[in-house]
Design a protein around this ligand. Structure first.
Ligand SMILES: [Zn+2]
Length: 181
């Protein structure tokens, strides 16, 4: 009887867990919000960025026209060229940021269904490598995304920073305030 109950619970819970993950994924793509995950190890850090394409270059459908492609490239270049303005480590830490990956990825709202124009969502994903002269834990981080992408209504950066002994989550609104690493 007991074993039967356990089996039933597992069978009932499992789809719920899957659904919750899917839902969380959908939540992550909330327009206006950039997600920044920072893994810090002493003088270096790995940063993962994910932003709704809408907030970087103004649309999320697959670019077809030359004008769309130009807008998309301009958005990605804006990130590439302004990394140290977008992600500002303390000046005295002497950090440089290198782009590992920077790309847009099409996500359809209906999973694997053929996405119609309206159902298409895209995200911009980036991976950056940070190398500093000074140890990063204990320093402060400021952000410049909202200023840089104001025309596309980017107003919030959700920062998750992890060091060897500390984990910080903070929402930065309109580039105001700082994150203690
Ligand atoms: Zn979207």
């Amino acid at each position: 009887m007991k074993r039967h109950l356990v089996t039933t619970v597992v069978m009932v819970l499992f789809p719920v867990i899957l659904q919750a993950q899917e839902h969380r994924h959908a939540d992550a793509h909330e327009h206006g919000i950039v997600q920044l995950d920072i893994a810090i190890e002493d003088k270096t850090a790995d940063i993962d960025l994910e932003a709704p394409a809408f907030n970087i270059y103004g649309f999320e459908h697959r670019p077809v026209s030359a004008a769309d492609k130009a807008k998309q490239n301009a958005g990605l270049e804006k990130i590439r060229k302004n990394l140290t303005n977008l992600i500002q480590f303390q000046p005295d830490a002497g950090c440089s940021i290198r782009v590992g990956k920077l790309a847009w990825v099409l996500e359809t709202a209906q999973g694997h269904n053929q996405g119609t124009q309206q159902g298409e969502h895209s995200v911009v994903q980036g991976e950056f490598k940070v190398t500093c002269k000074k140890s990063l834990p204990g320093t402060k981080l400021r952000l410049g995304f909202s200023r840089m992408f104001r025309e596309f209504n980017l107003n919030k950066v959700r920062v998750q920073a992890v060091t060897a002994d500390r984990q910080t989550s903070k929402d930065i609104l309109n580039d105001e305030g700082e994150v203690q690493l």
